[in-house]
Design a protein around this ligand. Structure first.
Ligand code: JB3
Length: 211
């Protein structure tokens, strides 16, 4: 089966891992990177050319798929905006899964999802569009992660938790089973969440509290 050529949107640290996954998984053939930092146009990342900024999306020949190369620590709005921009331009999102991730066949994985090395997605979990499940994160059974959310490295999301659209679950945080995390909420690094979190709310600490 032909490996689909793709463009990577954003060419920084997260993109480096995305490229690693593409090279290993052969789920896409990265042909170009677009990045808003003009000083990097004409250079390469992992041997993939940085061809221009977002305007370059209109002139890509024979590339019909994209992968988000931007993560953003805590703020998922830029990633959501760029994802929707690529869709509007008729590009299709690739879902990328590192060969070293464990994904239950009973999990539902939407378009544009990124599952990083060592991540575990357990039975009955639903992972929404453009979600990042970062390195060694655990998404337990029956969890619902809504679109554009980010489960950061080493986070542990226990059974049947609901993560709101665009929320950020911080690195090495722990979310007790059954908790609801609101839209665009932010869970700080290492937080231990024992109660529901309202939308647009940031919590830190153990036990997690609004800061
Ligand atoms: O901590 C970990 C494991 N990962 C972090 C991740 C969650 O967030 C990582 O260490 C970084 O803190 C961050 O990764 P990201 O998003 O790759 O950040 P950065 O390394 O700064 O790269 C972002 C790239 O996107 C930069 O090269 C920016 O110039 C570019 N960029 C920013 N806005 C954009 C835009 N590129 C395009 N095409 N369009 C934009 O609007």
């Amino acid at each position: 089966m032909k490996i689909p050529p793709c463009v990577i949107i954003g060419g920084g640290g997260h993109a480096r891992v995305v490229l690693d996954i593409l090279f290993l998984s052969k789920l896409g053939q990265p042909q170009a990177i677009i990045d808003s930092d003009k000083s990097r146009h004409g250079s390469k990342l992992c041997d993939v050319p940085i061809v221009g900024g977002d305007e370059a999306l209109d002139n890509l020949k024979d590339i019909h798929h994209f992968v988000m190369g931007i993560a953003g620590a805590g703020n998922n709005a830029p990633r959501m905006r760029l994802y929707k921009m690529a869709l509007e331009k008729g590009l299709k999102p690739l879902t990328i899964i590192h060969p070293g991730a464990i994904v239950s066949p009973q999990a539902a994985i939407a378009d544009g999802v990124q599952i990083f090395p060592g991540a575990i997605i357990n039975a009955g979990a639903t992972i929404g569009e453009n979600v990042i499940v970062n390195s060694r994160a655990i998404v337990e059974h029956d969890v619902i992660v809504n679109a554009h959310a980010h489960i950061a490295p080493g986070a542990c999301v226990c059974g049947a938790v609901q993560v709101g659209e665009g929320a950020h679950v911080g690195a090495a945080s722990v979310i007790r089973q059954g908790i609801k995390i609101g839209t665009r909420a932010i869970v700080g690094i290492g937080a231990v969440v024992l109660n529901d979190i309202a939308e647009d709310t940031t919590v830190i600490g153990n036990p997690a509290r609004t800061n």
